[in-house]
Write a protein that binds this ligand. Sequence first.
Ligand code: PMP
Length: 337
Amino acid sequence: MMHGALESITQAVGHTPIVRLNRVAAGLKAEIYVKCEYLNPGGSHKDRLAANLLRRAEENGLRPGGTIVEATSGNTGASLALLAAVRGYKCVFVMPDKMSQEKIQHLRAFGARVVVCPTAVEADDPRSYYKVSRRIADETPNSFYANQYHNPANPEAHYISSAPEIWEQTNGDFDAFVAGMGTGGTISGCGKYFKERNPNIQLVGVDPVGSLYYDFVKTGRVTKPFSYKVEGIGEDFFPTTMNLKIIDDVVRVDDKECFLMTRDLTRLEGLFVGGSGGAAVAGAIKYAKARDRAEKILVFLCDGGGKYVSKIFNDDWMRENGFLDDQPGLGTVRDIL
Ligand code: PMP
């Protein structure tokens, strides 16, 4: 074995840097720091989830050569596919037909099988991607249904991996932890670890306009969800992996502020992140402004900007969706002059 080498790329998961924001957070009393999970080899924090899901599945009898099944279009699929490629598992991903070809090809690049299901059917229709994924898992021997929205191994992944790593990097020297809320794995798992060590650390979730979480935490009411463009955060149901009781505050952000902040993080800080990273920082800045005090805020950045170049980083798409009116474009004449 060569000195200094890793045995496989899966050992490169984690140890992501924490970086201070400089220009984007100028003028705030608080300091804002970001945890760069988009630098993981599979492209997001879901690498930690995939590793823990597989560890638990192996404890329950899954053996190499077996099949991992999940209903996913995004980062969880990418992380499971990478891990499966290295460890000799097959993967079947079931996704709705509205997903981009790039996402499908990305998973196929790692050798995964992708099954596409109609979007326009109810969740309990046998053709829905929830039902199809379940059926494939039930009918395939030596298979494992990852089930990230209801698998306790999801928050556990952050409790045993992301959170202790952050604690060690920072010596616990932060006042608030801010994360976008999707399955809730990140905020629930990290949050439990941080609260056990320092109950004063504030856990702040960020939720897009249109999702259920914000209204439910603020008013206890379940409002009718509606669609939005930012990907990976917000839900239209309550996953059992989300522990809302542990959360101290929720900040709401709209698509436009998410995407403009995503572009600013790239252009002003060199952080090439996806839309949920922009959302989390936009939420953290709102939180910091409302508190208006000297404190340290740590923000979790999930995935990278590469997947979004034809959307968030494309001026035409931004303008068509009404997200770009006053901001100078990327690479326009005004920028070059
Ligand atoms: N950002 C992105 C890009 C994601 O894919 C996810 C996962 N859905 C999240 C944020 C939210 O993370 P979690 O599921 O752990 O709440």
